[in-house]
Structures are given as structure tokens and as C-alpha cells.
Design a binder for this molecule. Structure first.
Ligand code: PLP
Length: 381
């Protein structure tokens, strides 16, 4: 399907779109109607429970992990699942050694709060946090490069910034990290599902994201590990499912050879099952078409904001932005609240954020901007 014909038939798959103008997919994506059947099937499973259900669930979880791997051009077996990104990142931290000279973790001030919070926690194991400042809603890659040296253990940066949607040139930063002998992890929660992501092109060691925003799923988060690194990772925060032969139910001798070694204990299959239909719909359309449509909608949002004299914080260049447009003006929090009350769903994280997805129309963007400008004028009056 080409971006020119989106949203097309896809739109009918998302019941939420019938009751409001939903431009909030960077926060929580709309879920497809197929989720209802998954829930019904889950209940049927529970009310006739047998333990061998787990065999099916574990293979369905693996299929989802491999499906996500396909979306980011990673090989099968390189993606692990957990309920949230924080769990993945914390576990990853327990694989790293912060006791020597190479103990720094370089982040930016645009990270989602969980990222610096976790690395501050690792200070008790010797980690030292270095925060590179942003300017005008984005981080200059040259500043990041300058912050990376032989003391850097890990560079841990967002691919797309949650508040402004700014997209970092992660491949460039990865080059600097590797040249300095450091590893690089990227939080791609705000890009996977709205921007085509290829782990080889980015050349990252780790890439994390989750299902409940751009992937139209539930609380299921993923961690990609560069396959060559897998044998070197021995997480201290672990669980029986990470063992080589978990279903033998015996003391684990070693970790699983694939990304399952980055899982913990009993997982949450329901969240993964609920996430499968959203992933399939997105993959059916294809990321090139999704991105083309997204750029059309976000460009219109920006043009309309310019016309109204509102400050656009998100960078203009397509390669420097994801699916979010962040706006700043006096009273933006109250305007956001009034828009939500009127059924124009958006969010506020320092800026008013509007995030259309592949199921939205240009007409919705225009109606949203009409309402926003109206509320902003009232606010300014
Ligand atoms: C960039 C980014 N990272 C991480 C998260 C969430 O992290 P977690 O899954 O740990 O709640 C979000 C949004 O909730 C986000 O926008």
C-alpha cells in the first residue's frame, strides 16, 4: 500500500477513531478491533485451563519477538520481551561492568525520565552519568561525540525524543561510541512503528521500544541485542526463563544462547497476544508507506501552526523528526485540556504534542488545528 492511499481500509480497523479525533499515538496508540477476539480467546483459555497452554503462549511470544525483529531488520532470535522498557534497560545495566575506568554512561537531557533514573541507580555499582544538553528541542550530534571517550561504557540515547519528536543521527553517534570502545543502546520507543528503523543502518548494539504507542499494542516492550554480543551478556537481574533449558525446571547451568537470555521470570503473555494484531496491520501496510503518510500529516500540522504564529519546537527537516509535532505557546497546557474535552485527543509533556498515525486523515489534522487555533485565540484574549 502506498502512503498516497492511506489511511484507506486500515482506518475501519480502529474503533477508537469513530468517537474522537485521535492524535495521541505517541502516548498510547489506538488498538485494532481484532484485539476483542484475542481477549475472548484468552478467557476461553483460562476457563478451560491446562498447563500445556504455556507451550503455545511461549511460542506465540517468540513469534511476536521475531515479528518485531523483522520490523527493525534484525534476525530472528535477537529480540527479547518484557513488560516495559525500564525492565529491559535495568537488566541490561546488570550485564555491564562499572568498576573500572570505563564507567560512564552518556545520555542526553531529552531522554524519557526512566533512562537517567535507572543510570543514577547504577551509581551504587560505580556508574557515572554524563548528560549532554539539548538546544531548541534537539541534541547536536557533535556535542554527543565530544562527550564520548575512553571512559564511556555505554551511550544510551533516544532515537526519537519523547517530548519534541526530534530524531537523532544514531548511526553517527554509534560510530563515535564504537571508535571509543563503548557500546550504544538506543531508546527507539518513539520511532519504531512510525519511522522505518533498521538496526544495521543504525549500527547499534541494543535497541529498545514497546508496543503500546506506535505499534497499536499493549504493555509489551522489546530489546534487540546485536547477535555477536549475546554470548558476552550475563545479566545479574535475571530469571528462570533466561536459562538454556527453562522447561526442564532444573537449576539453570547457563543462559539461553539467543536473546531469551535477556528475559526474566514468568512473562505476561496476554500483553503480547494483545499486541500481535497491531503489529500485523502495521507490517501489512509497510513502514515506507506509514512514514510517507506520517510526514504528510505532520507537515500539515507544522504549516498550520506557522500560519497561526505558534512556535513549532520539533525540528523541520524530515530526517530530524519522527511522528510527533510539539508546539509551545502561552497557555498550551490549558488549550490541550480543552481540546481533549472537545474530543481532540493530544497530550502535553513540556509542550503540546500532536501525533497522527497511519490511520489518521488530513481532514482530521485540519479539524484538530482549527480547534487548537480557536482555543488558543480564546486563551490569548
Ligand atoms: C521514549 C520513551 N521511552 C520509554 C518510555 C516508557 O518506558 P517504560 O516502558 O519503561 O514505561 C516512553 C513512554 O512511555 C517513551 O516515550
Amino acid at each position: 500500500m502506498s502512503g498516497g492511499v492511506l489511511p484507506g481500509a486500515v482506518r475501519a480497523e480502529y474503533p477508537l477513531l469513530q468517537s474522537c479525533t485521535y492524535l495521541n499515538s505517541n502516548s498510547t496508540g489506538a488498538m485494532p478491533r481484532a484485539v476483542e477476539a484475542v481477549l475472548a480467546h484468552y478467557w476461553n483459555t483460562m476457563r478451560a485451563w491446562r498447563d500445556d497452554t504455556w507451550d503455545g503462549w511461549l511460542s506465540q511470544m517468540q513469534a511476536y519477538a521475531d515479528g518485531v525483529a523483522g520490523l527493525i531488520s534484525a534476525p530472528a532470535g535477537s529480540v527479547a520481551l518484557d513488560v516495559n522498557l525500564s525492565a529491559h534497560l535495568s537488566r541490561l545495566g546488570t550485564c555491564l561492568d562499572f568498576s573500572g575506568e570505563r564507567r560512564r554512561v552518556v545520555v542526553t537531557d531529552l531522554e524519557f525520565p526512566t533512562v537517567p533514573f535507572i543510570w543514577k541507580g547504577f551509581a551504587r555499582y560505580g556508574a557515572e552519568l554524563v548528560v549532554v544538553p539539548s538546544r531548541d528541542g534537539r541534541v547536536d550530534e557533535a556535542l554527543l561525540e565530544a562527550a564520548i571517550d575512553e571512559r564511556t561504557r555505554l551511550v544510551c540515547v533516544s532515537h526519537g525524543a519523547f517530548a519534541t519528536g526530534a530524531v537523532l543521527d544514531v548511526a553517527r553517534v554509534a560510530k563515535a561510541a564504537h571508535a571509543a570502545g563503548a557500546l550504544i543502546a538506543t531508546d527507539a520507543y518513539q520511532t519504531v512503528g512510525t519511522v522505518p528503523v533498521d538496526v544495521h543502518a543504525l549500527d547499534v548494539d541494543f535497541l529498545m521500544g514497546g508496543a503500546h504507542k506506535w505499534l497499536g499494542g499493549s504493555e509489551a516492550a522489546f530489546l534487540y541485542v546485536r547477535p555477536e554480543l549475546l554470548p558476552t551478556l550475563r545479566p545479574a537481574a535475571t530469571g528462570w526463563l533466561a536459562g538454556a533449558t527453562p522447561l526442564a525446571f532444573q537449576a539453570a547451568e547457563d543462559f539461553a544462547p539467543d536473546a531469551r537470555r535477556m528475559m526474566g521470570g514468568t512473562p505476561a503473555p496476554l500483553m503480547v497476544l494483545l499486541s500481535q494484531p497491531g503489529l500485523e496491520l502495521l507490517k501489512g501496510v509497510g513502514m515506507a508507506a506509514v512514514r510517507e503518510h506520517s510526514l504528510k500529516l505532520t507537515s500539515r500540522l507544522m504549516a498550520r501552526a506557522d500560519e497561526a504564529g505558534l512556535q513549532v519546537v520539533t525540528p523541520r527537516e524530515p530526517h530530524q523528526r519522527g511522528g510527533v509535532v510539539a508546539l509551545r505557546f502561552p497557555g498550551d497546557v490549558d488549550v490541550m485540556k480543552r481540546l481533549v474535552a472537545r474530543g481532540f485527543i493530544c497530550s502535553h509533556r513540556g509542550y503540546l504534542r500532536a501525533a497522527p498515525h497511519f490511520y489518521n486523515t488530513l481532514e482530521e489534522v485540519d479539524a484538530f488545528m482549527d480547534a487548537l487555533v480557536h482555543e488558543q485565540r480564546k486563551e490569548a484574549a
